[in-house]
Design a protein around this ligand. Structure first.
Ligand SMILES: C[S@@+](CC[C@H](N)C(=O)[O-])C[C@H]1O[C@@H](n2cnc3c(N)ncnc32)[C@H](O)[C@@H]1O
Length: 294
């Protein structure tokens, strides 16, 4: 069996993915190669030669990626903060953009001992589990409406707990439900939410249109259908001084902060860009916990 240069197999993969219109062909080719070889991407240069079955396995994955199956469905994982979570059919794939909101949320907890954190719309659990990993003293709660997504979240929560992270409390629930998590009213130091926010009918790449669950992506004609529920439930959960962060589409940089600013108990409303400079999430702080003020 003649061993073959991995570098050439990666070059071939990059060419195929470029022809298929994949947005980041080189990165994807390297990540698939790293997955097949079983090393981190940065260590690929340490693997100059591989056996033919490795090249074949890479070709198989590359041809599926060229059909626009998401990279994360092929590797089975997605990153969030310092952790990786399992993803696959039926659950939204966590995006790098959301890591900026995670970092903002963790910074908001600086100096707060034993914070209580709620992740609304948790999907596979990525945000909640990344917070629990970064803040072992935190009590983290996470809500998801979809049964399949929740089963991914349970699987990830079990894996992170087995790895030694503080367990996250998962709830099957609808954030539009006014009875949701009422035992936590006024207790949260931080509420995070990456809700569905894409306007119905928006043109999306095949990886999103064919593989992310529609209920995780779309939210009415303007993409804002879920935001009032996030603002209402999030505000109710926050303690005085607690913070909320809501991810949004770049077209919603006025609308989402406006919904936060409309609540009299919220202050310091701001909007933030992601690493590409696009407006990406809105934040606010609860000024007072007066249940009679809205
Ligand atoms: C954009 S995905 C985000 C998932 C995860 N937070 C992340 O960043 O990867 C939105 C998630 O919210 C869930 N969802 C949508 N509407 C909901 C609702 N009313 N109550 C609870 N979860 C909801 C969807 O099923 C989906 O898993």
């Amino acid at each position: 069996m003649t061993r073959q240069p991995l570098r050439l197999a990666v070059l071939e993969a990059e060419r195929i993915l470029t022809d298929a219109g994949v947005a980041s062909p080189r990165v994807d080719a390297e990540l698939l190669a790293a997955h097949v070889v079983g090393v981190p991407r940065g260590r690929l240069p340490m693997v100059p030669l591989v056996d033919p079955p490795v090249v074949e396995a890479l070709r198989t994955l590359v041809s599926r990626r060229a059909e626009r199956v998401p990279l994360q469905h092929l590797t089975g994982t997605a990153a969030m903060g310092a952790i990786e979570v399992a993803v696959g059919p039926g659950v939204f794939i966590p995006r790098p953009e959301t890591e900026v909101m995670l970092a903002w949320g963790l910074a908001a907890l600086d100096g707060v001992a034993k914070p209580l954190v709620v992740d609304l719309c948790t999907g596979c659990g990525a945000l909640a589990l990344a917070v629990a990993h970064a803040r072992p003293d935190a009590q983290v709660h996470a809500v998801e409406r979809d049964a399949v997504a929740l089963s991914w979240a349970r699987r990830n929560a079990d894996a992170r707990a087995a790895a030694g992270d503080t367990p996250v409390v998962l709830y099957a629930g609808d954030i539009a439900d006014s009875g949701l998590l009422t035992a936590l009213d006024g207790l949260a130091h931080l509420v995070l939410c990456n809700p569905p926010y894409v306007p119905l009918g928006a043109r999306l790449p095949p990886e999103v249109a064919l593989y992310d669950p529609p209920a995780a992506v779309f939210a009415g004609a303007d993409g804002l259908a879920v935001i009032p529920h996030v603002v209402r439930t999030g505000t109710r959960l926050l303690r005085e001084g607690g913070s909320i962060a809501i991810e949004h589409d770049e077209s919603q940089a006025m609308a989402v902060p406006a919904q936060l600013a409309a609540r009299r108990v919220l202050t310091d409303v701001a909007d933030h860009a992601d690493l590409t400079g696009r407006p990406r999430f809105a934040t606010a702080r609860r000024a007072t916990f007066n249940p009679h003020l809205r």
